[in-house]
Design a protein around this ligand. Structure first.
Ligand code: IMP
Length: 203
């Protein structure tokens, strides 16, 4: 029954090698049982958008996944206004130390505006797609602060906060991050699907 996916638990495999993303999605989707999909090497990220890359990861995982479980593909990154939206989809491979490069590129620049983007794509066993997008606006701090999270979190200060995401911590991320927003949007899409009566024989 599709209601099981909504009211009790959705089983999903996350097509990612990033354990931070797994932990954050587990926090953000408490009704779900999410495991990392051990598919070995992922194909190179060649899409032009976060969505295309998330979809490609999900498709890659779909081929290897349990047909009863959803496969989740996730792509995310940071867009910096003064850098024309860079590094964007290049965030993971922009530099060996992305934070150091970001601080260097923004040296002496007053416009520190940035945003995180997260795109989640869920593919069912028969290839049905659900999507969720989330963003988080903020600014880039002048020095690193805090020890939680990962990636650019030590220099990302969300709008309305004075601390970096790495200082605000994992509990804050579970409710307020771009990944948490994307997870909520995905849950909503799943709920709407359920209200329509499920799809193509999965209910
Ligand atoms: P990808 O989605 O695996 O291509 O990589 C996303 C990259 O964007 C990460 O390696 C980080 O550099 C950055 N990123 C995405 N989400 C976050 C986040 O929640 N905190 C900090 N950095 C992030």
């Amino acid at each position: 029954m599709i209601e099981r996916f909504i009211d009790q638990s959705s089983r999903a495999r996350l097509a990612s090698g990033n354990p931070h993303k797994l932990a954050e999605l587990r926090d953000a989707l408490p009704g779900w049982e999410i495991e990392l999909l051990g598919t070995g090497a992922f194909p190179p990220e060649e899409g032009a958008t976060f969505y295309e890359n998330a979809r490609a990861k999900a498709e890659h995982g779909r081929a290897a996944g349990d047909p009863e479980a959803w496969v989740l593909g996730e792509d995310s990154g940071i867009e910096v206004a003064a850098l024309g939206g860079a590094p964007g989809i290049e965030s993971a491979r922009w530099a060996e130390d992305g934070v150091a490069r970001l601080l260097a590129e923004l040296k002496g620049i007053e416009d520190r505006r940035a945003r995180y983007v997260c795109e989640l794509v869920a593919l069912s066993g028969d290839g049905e797609e659900l999507r969720g997008t989330g963003t988080l606006d903020g600014t880039i701090a002048r020095t690193r602060r805090g020890g939680e999270g990962f990636g650019y979190d030590p220099v990302f200060v969300p709008l309305g906060e004075t601390q970096t995401v790495a200082e605000l911590g994992n509990e804050w991320k579970a409710s307020s991050s771009h990944r948490a927003s994307a997870a909520r949007a995905l849950t909503l899409a799943l709920r709407r699907r359920s209200q329509r009566g499920g799809a193509r024989g999965t209910s």
